[in-house]
Design a protein around this ligand. Structure first.
Ligand code: ADP
Length: 323
């Protein structure tokens, strides 16, 4: 077994609230185990360019409650080339980095796996607000993001109700409807539109709104995942067909920020600690996941092959009770 004297930590891909809590846990657990911990800035770019800083116990003070990532994040096209990868390995050797904890999504895990196979053991931690990492039931940042959506849409509901309007709200999730589904249920949305379930606005949404209108309801919230279609076009169609004044709202990047929830902080702390336990034993090419409410680890290749079934039962429940 390769002795782990120094480990690196980086955040990669889209940022997510709770990444700082993970960094804090990794740095402190690493130091507690007698290792040096290097903070690598801007994802794999920092690895290629040697953009890094030695961390100490105090460099992660006062960050547990902060969204974003103190190490910054980036997408690194160069890292995906053989040359970039070789450069990253060379930098690790020069800096004496024996292993790396990578907080990111499936793309970042592919990079972590490539590095592991080149002699730098890496452990991935699932960080994404979209919750679209196939191997993990829950991801760092998701709970905070849905809570942000809940707060914003609760505010929107006040004005939607006052004006007897229909609000069509776009939330994040280009390929995944987890934010739309969970936030949609939490805000009592009349309709939830997600990429996983084919929805025809004219056939599925308009008749539902018209039926509910007959029961005396005058205001509506429709939550749409961004990957599904343009919310202004959906709002216009609804207004034209039902006569309900309809407005589109795009929540956008506010969903990425903010102070992480208790759930995200606790999960990130536990996963960070777990990642260091694996690395300290020289174990790499693993990803830490949440399964049945427990933190466990998988081989990265196995994890990337997994499929996460969409929560169709929850979707159907939402549809049934939003009448
Ligand atoms: P996420 O990690 O959130 O899925 P990306 O897919 O953008 O985000 O990946 C983040 C970074 O991980 C990329 O910029 C790249 O440096 C690295 N990466 C992505 N896919 C691969 C891959 N197939 N092989 C090696 N590295 C990759």
């Amino acid at each position: 077994m390769k002795e782990m004297k120094t480990i690196g930590v980086l955040t990669s891909g889209g940022d997510a609230p709770g990444m700082n809590a993970a960094i804090r846990a990794i740095v402190r657990a690493g130091i507690a185990k007698g290792m040096r911990v290097i903070g690598i800035r801007r994802g794999y770019n920092g690895l290629i360019n040697g953009d890094m800083i030695e961390m100490n116990l105090r460099s992660v003070s006062d960050i547990i409650h902060r969204g974003g990532t103190i190490l910054y994040t980036a997408r690194s096209p160069e890292f995906r080339t053989e040359e970039g990868m070789q450069k990253a390995v060379r930098v690790c050797q020069e800096m004496g980095i024996d292993g790396i904890a990578v907080v990111g999504g499936d793309g970042s895990f592919r990079g972590a796996s490539d590095l592991s196979s080149r002699g730098i053991p890496c452990v991935g931690l699932p960080g994404t607000i979209d919750n679209d990492i196939s191997s993990s039931e829950n991801c760092i940042g998701f709970d905070t993001a849905v809570n942000t959506v809940k707060e914003m849409v609760d505010k929107l509901r006040d004005t939607t109700e006052s004006h007897d309007r229909c609000s069509v709200v776009e939330v994040m999730g280009r390929r995944a409807g987890y934010i739309a589904l969970h936030a949609g249920i939490a805000v009592g949305a009349t309709c939830i539109i997600v990429p996983e379930i084919k929805t025809d606005i004219e056939k599925d949404i308009i008749p539902k709104l018209q039926n509910i209108q007959k029961t005396g309801k005058k205001h509506f919230i429709i939550v749409v995942a961004e990957g599904v279609g343009k919310v202004d076009e959906i709002a216009k169609l609804i207004q034209d067909k039902t006569g309900i004044e309809s407005r589109a709202t795009i929540l956008g990047h506010v969903q990425r920020g903010g102070s992480p929830t208790v759930q995200d902080r606790v999960m990130a702390s536990e996963m960070g600690y777990y990642a260091v336990e694996l690395l300290s034993e020289g174990i790499g090419n693993r990803v830490i996941v949440m399964k049945d409410n427990k933190v466990i680890d998988y081989d990265i290749h196995e994890a990337l092959k997994m499929e996460k079934p969409f929560e169709e039962r929850l979707f159907n429940i939402a549809h049934t009770i939003s009448i």
